[in-house]
Design a protein around this ligand. Structure first.
Ligand SMILES: Nc1ncnc2c1ncn2[C@@H]1O[C@H](COP(=O)(O)OP(=O)(O)OP(=O)(O)O)[C@@H](O)[C@H]1O
Ligand SMILES: [Mg+2]
Length: 492
């Protein structure tokens, strides 16, 4: 059977090609097998989170349906907010527990509502109090979105347009900021919490919310229509690999193989587009690392939630306002090598650190893992080649490829499909080099058969019929995977 089929670049769409036996060396230097093309990316952005700093005078938010009521409420909130700022000692208030503050504000609001003759029912009154409270101590209009566990991303495009991602799909919300100044105030609250600021001379900033969510901010002049804020919410409950199987991201046989590979310290990279679930998969796989190993994680914004007891976490640092003090991923990878790690987990490999990462993988830190932005496994390898090029070392392309082929054994490819579902599109094995061509073979893949009118993707997971070479290594380490998992046509 097409034991290790060969190479054929897949340039065309979701028609499932027959496993080819003809081999043609790909011009990009990666011998190739049958991979489904990556889904077009439509995803959202990411960002880290902050805590609540001191409140300056400002207005409030609104979402409601009736525009007359909405304007009246908005107006009332702005006035009430000003009054509260004038009348109460905010810094003293902020030290109180949230329940106390709430009681305090509730009393003031109740009085105010009477005086102003606002017709609010109990629910509206309670919402009003919550909004005033969010405004004073939290992040204003987006607080409810941050609390909503079904939302994974919050994307603010200027003060009048806020989108969220739910179940993998973007949807508009009725959340509004009063004006640009209001939004900027919230933005500054976020970034000042991580000791940064944004203005015309520093219009871009990464930050993190108190709960660990990632935030990216862009303001004028780079953001043409007003501040752009992208928040990737921190998922409090990391998805376990079994859960990923339950939601249909992969089949149990694939999960069993991946878990075995992690246990056996087979070096794996996770590839995918923006928001395709790379970090989630990395987290899920890390659960299979032995408790006895020392792990070092390197990230821009610490998102990984490893369960092992012996984890040393490191985070990069952007340059300060004077442009000094930057600590890059490459610095951290090099440093990690002096910290006696057993495995290094790199949140996202995206530049010059690729070279040091591969070195580490090749020199006793097998089982290290990283994610990479790419639409298919072949592209992931090409991107690695480019990244190694960025390190500016005098290496020939053949030796770069040799390093890659020696270091990485498995590529897990993820995609977010048009219906918002995240799936493992492919599990591919790197089997070595032939000449200066990297040999790769696909073990499992998702075959997309149709897309319904509402965008729902239909398809199934299949084994390509290739028996992974790494099975020999697994067997030697006492891990058995039933060989029928790899039979072609075996229902997964
Ligand atoms: N299989 C899945 N099913 C449902 N939701 C998922 C799945 N995988 C990931 N998610 C959710 O999708 C969102 C994005 O996932 P994640 O952060 O892992 O993506 P990513 O590829 O690392 O994104 P980025 O490129 O921005 O770093 C998260 O909210 C996560 O909880
Ligand atoms: Mg990620």
């Amino acid at each position: 059977m097409a034991g290790r089929f060969s190479f054929r670049k897949v340039t065309s769409p979701p028609v499932e090609p027959a496993l080819p036996d003809d081999a043609a060396a790909a011009p990009d230097g990666i011998a190739w097998t049958v991979f489904p093309e990556g889904e077009p990316e439509t995803a959202a952005v990411l960002a880290p989170p902050p805590p609540p700093p001191p409140p300056p005078p400002a207005p409030v938010v609104v979402a409601p349906a009736n525009p007359v009521l909405r304007d009246k409420l908005l107006d009332a909130k702005v006035r009430l907010h000003r009054r509260l700022i004038e009348e109460i000692n905010l810094s003293a208030l902020e030290k109180l527990p949230e329940e106390e503050i709430r009681k305090h504000i509730q009393q003031l609001v109740a009085q105010y509502v009477l005086v102003e003759r606002l017709a609010l029912n109990t629910q509206e009154l309670s919402d009003f109090v919550t909004e005033i409270l969010d405004e004073m101590t939290g992040l204003g209009p987006i607080e409810p979105l941050l609390k909503d566990a079904s939302i994974s991303d919050i994307l603010i495009n200027g003060h009048e347009c806020v989108y969220v991602e739910r179940g993998g799909l973007l949807e508009p919300t009725a959340v509004r900021f009063k004006d640009e100044t209001h939004l900027l105030r919230i933005v500054n609250k976020i970034v000042s919490a991580v000791g940064r600021r944004v203005d015309e001379s520093h219009p871009l900033c990464d930050a993190r919310l108190l709960d660990g969510s990632r935030v990216n901010v862009a303001v004028r002049p780079v953001a043409v229509d007003g501040p752009l804020v992208s928040i990737r919410k921190f998922s409090k409950k990391p998805l376990h690999l079994n859960k990923l199987v339950d939601v249909g991201a992969l089949r149990p046989q694939m999960a069993e193989l991946l878990a075995a590979l992690v246990k056996a310290r087979v070096t794996t990279i996770i590839s995918g587009g923006t928001g395709s679930g790379k970090t989630t998969m990395l987290n899920a796989l890390s659960a299979f690392i032995s408790d006895k190993e020392r792990l070092i994680t390197i990230e821009d914004a610490a998102e990984l939630q490893l369960q092992q007891p012996h984890v040393a976490r490191m985070e990069t640092r952007p340059p300060n306002v004077e442009g000094k003090g930057e600590i890059r991923q490459r610095d951290l990878v090099k440093n990690a090598l002096r910290m006696r790690p057993e495995r290094i987990i790199l949140g996202e490999c995206r530049g010059e650190e690729a070279f040091d990462m591969l070195q580490a993988m090749n020199t006793g830190h097998e089982g290290s893992m990283a994610t990479i932005h790419a639409n298919n496994p072949r592209e992931a390898i090409s991107r690695l080649e480019q990244m190694i090029g960025m390190a500016g070392l005098p290496m020939t392309i053949a030796s770069v490829r040799g390093q890659i082929a020696a270091a990485i054994r498995i590529v897990v490819q993820l995609s977010r499909l048009s219906d918002g579902k995240r799936k493992v599109m492919s599990i591919a094995e790197i089997t070595g080099m032939e000449g200066d061509i990297i040999q790769m073979q696909e073990i499992f893949k998702f075959v997309r058969t149709a897309t319904l009118e509402d965008g729902t993707v239909q398809g199934h997971f299949v084994a390509t019929g290739v028996r992974p070479r790494v099975l020999t290594e697994l067997t030697a380490k006492g891990i058995k995977i039933p060989s029928n998992y790899f039979d072609p046509g075996h229902p997964l």
